[in-house]
Design a binder for this molecule. Structure first.
Ligand code: MN
Length: 494
């Protein structure tokens, strides 16, 4: 992650005199200091001089565009700032924009308030003038309302900062595909040109044997050291297999982890796609290797699913360095539990579930794969954390993209599943399985998802809006009649 910061730009004008502008600057400095000391923001806020003219507004927005460390601008009108002054700056600005609709004082100063005070503190007035021009220009921005010192407002601002990182960093995501999408599968396909236009993703293709050269070039010493690390970190669940043979299978994955990562680093990729049916000279489908790479922050999609790989990478960036993060992974809707009152979906994949979502002990198993024709791959097995999370599916409708965002509640299954050789999660989609799954299917959602405990529906919906694509939210407020109408109306709107 780069050393990102966010600029704080206060709007005013020169009509009120120097004394008023001095107070505006003083208040802005106190707000910025308060925000930075709150502990609720993941990135620092940098105060800029009060903007009182078209020239200074235009220059500030262009400086923000050109500063690689500036990830977005937070705007606030302390007084009235005639909005025609903002048009050219806003028109040229191309980074995330937040409108913090706040006020320096929290309470009306009943005993002392006079016209001077009102003229100096008129965000209710000035922010409406500013909001009007941003809306008229059709610029997507986040509006946050409330007193700047409240924890709720600060947390909203902090959460928007992570959305902004997702917007800024999206155009630095490069996806490496080994092989093409799985034959005949529809939902993992998509328009890579349109994805680059909309999201900035570069999506390339390599023959898997280009990777095999990297894997075979890894030294035995490096492999042995990594296998030792695996054996010290994870529980070995040999299930009666020959221990030397087990270790040799694990070593194949260690060699792949090092080889794949070197390939990605050498060629500047941050996300990777494999396909179990297209393994060339690889001895095993990368399982444990991919799980470890996802944990390090790489994006991953299975069976050629580059949309999921890019989305997982995006979410890893949006949640980077988050305190108490619970994890982010590629996921797949696998098997239902339909017992009344306990309904949920068992989530897993053939192998590739990120251990960042694990709860408790992580083990290594070596088991046959029912698909493909390679040796039994080693994989990490675990169950996942409880709590609220989101599952996202980006689909290509042919003429445009749609992002589905489902709020889900992760739970423990009632009993252990000792024969299952994969990492799993179990969740109930909101508002319940029946409505959630009906809505998901009506909206065309995929079986692969980008899943995280650490982002909200709001953050991803804001990301989609700023990217200029449709989002469909399925949460506690969803009902089928409304979502069918929303899909119809969106068809016309987009
Ligand atoms: Mn799959």
């Amino acid at each position: 992650m780069k050393n990102y910061c966010f600029w704080f730009c206060t709007g005013s004008q020169d009509l009120y005199g120097d004394e008023c502008l001095r107070k505006v600057a003083e208040h802005s400095a106190k707000i910025v200091e308060g925000l930075n000391q709150s502990g609720n923001l993941p990135f620092p806020v940098v105060l800029k001089p009060t903007l009182i003219s078209q020239a200074s507004i235009r220059k500030t927005f262009n400086d923000a565009n050109n500063d690689p460390e500036c990830a977005g601008v937070i705007t606030w009108m302390h007084t009235f700032s005639p909005a025609k002054m903002w048009i050219l700056g806003l028109k040229e600005y191309n980074k995330p924009l937040c409108h913090l609709h706040t006020q320096f004082n929290e309470a009306l100063p009943y005993d002392t308030i006079d016209m001077d005070f009102m003229n100096e503190n008129q965000s209710a007035h000035g922010d409406r003038e500013y909001g009007h021009i941003v809306s008229r220009m059709g610029i997507e921005r986040k509006v946050i309302v409330g007193h700047w010192a409240s924890e709720k407002v600060q947390k909203q601002l902090g959460s928007w900062m992570r959305t902004a990182i997702g917007l800024i960093e999206s155009s630095h995501i490069r996806v490496c595909r080994f092989g093409d999408n799985m034959n005949n599968v529809a939902v993992t396909e998509g328009d890579k040109v349109e994805a680059q236009i909309k999201f900035g993703w570069e999506i390339d293709h390599y023959c898997v044997n280009d990777l095999v050269e990297y894997v075979n070039a890894v030294s035995d010493g490096d492999v042995a050291a990594l296998v030792d690390e695996y054996y010290s970190k994870y529980k070995i669940i040999d299930e009666g297999r020959d221990l030397d043979e087990f270790r040799r299978h694990v070593a194949v994955q260690a060699r792949q982890e090092i080889g794949i990562e070197k390939f990605l680093v050498d060629n500047d990729y941050q996300a990777v796609v494999t396909h179990f049916g297209m393994l060339g000279g690889l001895q095993q489908l990368p399982g444990l290797a991919i799980q470890r790479l996802m944990e390090k922050g790489y994006g991953f999609g299975a069976e050629g699913d580059w949309k999921v790989a890019a989305m997982v990478r995006l979410m890893k960036l949006m949640t980077a360095d988050m305190k108490d993060a619970k994890g982010t992974s590629m996921m797949e809707d696998y098997t239902y539990h339909l017992v009344p009152g306990e309904e949920g979906i068992l989530q897993a994949h053939m192998l590739e579930v990120c251990p960042s979502i694990a709860d408790g002990e992580i083990g290594i198993k070596v088991c046959p794969l029912s698909m493909g024709n390679r040796e039994d791959p080693a994989r990490l097995v675990f169950t996942s954390k409880e709590g609220p999370a989101i599952a996202c599916s980006l689909i290509d409708l042919g003429h445009r993209f749609r992002l589905l965002i489902n709020a889900v509640d992760c739970k423990k299954v009632k009993k252990p599943m000792p024969k299952l050789p994969v990492g799993t999660a179990f969740w109930t989609p909101r508002p319940n399985l029946e409505v959630g799954a009906t809505a998901w299917i009506l909206a065309g959602g995929a079986h692969h998802t980008a899943f995280t405990y650490d982002l909200s529906v709001e953050q991803m919906a804001d990301w989609a809006a700023a990217m200029g694509i449709e989002s469909i939210v399925i949460d506690e407020n969803t009902n089928i009649r409304d979502i069918k109408n929303e899909l119809r109306w969106n068809e016309a709107s987009f």
